[in-house]
Design a protein around this ligand. Structure first.
Ligand code: FE2
Length: 262
């Protein structure tokens, strides 16, 4: 029951009517104005605790340590851009990923597969219908960032990203973003270079509490997560929906992101 997972009296995503319509409109306005929306206190604290408890024994043996050097584009080269251009400087990303197939009996899985969530997201973003992935590895992930680890600056390849923060470190682990750093017409390489050298004064920080649903458009908004300090990890769920049913990652993507095919 979705009532056991989320605060449906505040966020009635499952029940048609004026309250749901008002919520959709509020989220849509926020998305259009800022490129994201946040629902604070969306996931119930019991659901957070149950998911964290299910994940805890899996981290040591079953998680994939995702560690890579990359540039902000996640591409080896950009046609027409000098390989030495400072917009292409190398950055490091490290996290520990648990795939959805290991967490099928958790509240986060119930929420991911409940049709109410993708239907709500599609209504907010005015897309066609959205569907969960058939690929259990990629459908949703739970990721941990330990002290000193980071998700470094990047642009997203998908049109939007859905996350739910499960645990927040004492210090650090903040979501930093620079809105509209580029556009479809203007790659703004010099602006990108300035961001990477810390000279961009339009970087904003989003600081949310566990349980917050964040939906973010990151194709042209550069973003990163700063490293946590102290022993408490940053733990977050990322959910992926597609505009067609039955989506799978390729073998190459599975190996790159999860280190396994099955
Ligand atoms: Fe991203």
């Amino acid at each position: 029951m979705i009532e056991d997972l989320i605060e449906t009296h505040l966020f009635p995503i499952h029940r048609d009517g004026p309250e749901r319509e008002a919520l959709v409109a509020r989220c849509r306005n926020e998305m259009n104005a800022t490129g994201m929306f946040n629902l604070h206190g969306f996931l119930k604290s019991e659901a957070i605790a149950e998911t964290l408890a299910a994940a805890e024994p899996l981290w040591a043996e079953k998680s994939f340590t995702h560690q890579r050097a990359h540039n902000i584009y996640f591409k080896k080269e950009i046609p027409g851009l000098d390989p030495d251009h400072p917009a292409l400087r190398e950055l490091n990303t490290t996290n520990h990923t648990l795939c959805g197939d290991l967490l099928q009996d958790t509240p986060v899985a119930q929420l991911y597969y409940d049709p109410a969530l993708p239907r709500f997201l599609a209504d907010v973003m005015e897309t066609g219908p959205l569907y969960p992935m058939a690929d259990q590895l990629a459908a949703f992930n739970v990721m941990a960032y330990h002290e000193g680890e980071a998700l470094n600056w990047h642009f997203d390849r998908s049109q939007f990203t859905v996350t739910l923060l499960l645990q927040k470190p004492e210090i650090g682990g903040g979501f930093e973003y620079r809105s509209d750093l580029r556009s479809a017409d203007d790659p703004n390489y010099d602006g990108v270079a300035k961001l990477l050298t810390g000279e961009d004064d339009q970087v904003q920080l989003l600081d949310v509490e566990p349980g917050t649903l964040n939906v973010f458009k990151g194709v042209n908004t550069a973003h990163r997560v700063t490293p946590p300090k102290g022993p408490k990890r940053r733990i977050i769920t990322v959910m992926t929906y597609y505009d067609y049913p039955g989506a799978w990652f390729t073998d190459e993507e599975r190996m790159g992101f999860y280190g396994r095919l099955h």
